[in-house]
Design a protein around this ligand. Structure first.
Ligand code: SF4
Length: 84
């Protein structure tokens, strides 16, 4: 057993992303930019599969969404970072 190897616990950063299902039209640009975070489900709606990506990239993915269906929340302040 080598517990010392477990040093790189995934740091998800301070941004939390959410998909507003009603707004998602399945354009998949969020998936293209952040495939670790988003995937399309059977109904072609984006789902969050993890928060494991850099804050910048999560924000970029959110900003790429044509319908602003992705919200970005700063978990340190509770502030809505995107959409503005
Ligand atoms: S970019 Fe927006 S509309 Fe397209 S799949 Fe992602 S959340 Fe849905």
């Amino acid at each position: 057993m080598n517990d010392q190897n477990v040093i790189h616990t995934h740091q998800a950063g301070k941004y939390l992303v959410k998909v507003i299902n009603d707004k998602c039209i399945g354009a998949a640009s969020c998936v293209a930019i952040a495939p670790n975070v988003f995937k399309l489900n059977e109904e072609n709606i984006a789902e969050i599969i993890s928060q494991d990506d850099a804050d910048d990239n999560k924000l970029l993915a959110a900003q790429s969404c044509p319908t602003s269906a992705v919200e970005v929340i700063d978990t340190t302040t509770g502030e809505l970072v995107w959409p503005k």
